[in-house]
Each structure stands twice: as structure tokens, then as C-alpha cells.
Design a protein. Structure first.
Length: 149
């Protein structure tokens, strides 16, 4: 559990004694910094990556947690932006592997501008195809108008 600026960890012995260990968050951050930076630096060298992001609010301001993962690593990165620049920073303009993601515009723009081999998530492709099929059934004349047979 997080308590103010410290991690508070509860330990219970076999005899039933309870102890609490308090560790400053800054100490935890410093101890993980090297491993995080090494994992982040290894991202562009991976053969295949998955990328996704989700928003959250921090003190009323919108931020995004980006997750970049491969078979060997997973990196979580907090950004104030959902733009292509985050992918440029994390994945890099010279990435030569395959990048799996949804069809969000920043992802598509990144793949298009840097000749990235993109693979779209199956779940998103299936959902988008089903949505298009429903629209076709609802408005067939509107959609097929102007199409030659």
C-alpha cells in the first residue's frame, strides 16, 4: 500500500508478530531507473512489438500510460501526450520489426511516416468489420450509391 511519500509494507512472522517496513518512494524509483532505462533502450532492437495506451487523470490533467511489449520485455511509460512523438521516442524511427497496435491515428501516422511494418490487432479489425457490416445493413443505398457493379 502507498502511504504519502513512502511505501509501507506489512510483514507477519510465523509467531504472529507484525512488522512494518517503510521505504522512501524515491529510493525505489532510483533503484529501478537503471533497469527501466535498459529495457527502454532495448525496445528498438526487438523483432516484434505490441503497443497500446490508456488515459488516466493526475490532479485533473489527462495523461497516458503507454505499454510497449515484446516476448522479452514490457515497458510502461507515462506521457502527457497520446501523439506519434511518444512512439518516435519509445520505438524509434529506425525500428525494423513488426509493430502491433490499434488503428488510432498516431499509430497509423507513425507506421506510415517511418515505413513500419504494422499489424493491426485482430480484435479491432473484427470489431471494425462488424460495425461496417451493420452500417451496410442499415443504410445499403447510401453506402452503395455511386458504386459501379
Amino acid at each position: 500500500m502507498i502511504v504519502t511519500e513512502h511505501w509501507l509494507q506489512r510483514y507477519e512472522t510465523a509467531e504472529g508478530d507484525i512488522y512494518y517496513l517503510t521505504i522512501p518512494k524515491s529510493m525505489v524509483s532510483r533503484s529501478l531507473a537503471t533497469a527501466y532505462n535498459e529495457a527502454k533502450a532495448a525496445i528498438p532492437a526487438q523483432d516484434q512489438l505490441g503497443s497500446d495506451e490508456t488515459s488516466f487523470k493526475n490532479n485533473g490533467k489527462k495523461n497516458w500510460v503507454w505499454c510497449i511489449s515484446s516476448a522479452l520485455l514490457t515497458v510502461f511509460h507515462i506521457a502527457t501526450s497520446r501523439s506519434r512523438k511518444v512512439l518516435e521516442e519509445l520505438v524509434g524511427e529506425d525500428f525494423k520489426g513488426y509493430l502491433n497496435f490499434d488503428s488510432f491515428s498516431a499509430n497509423c501516422s507513425f507506421a506510415w511516416n517511418y515505413d513500419i511494418k504494422a499489424q493491426y490487432y485482430w480484435a479491432h479489425l473484427i470489431r471494425d468489420t462488424q460495425k461496417a457490416e451493420q452500417e451496410l445493413l442499415r443504410f445499403p443505398a447510401k453506402i452503395t450509391q455511386g458504386m459501379s457493379h
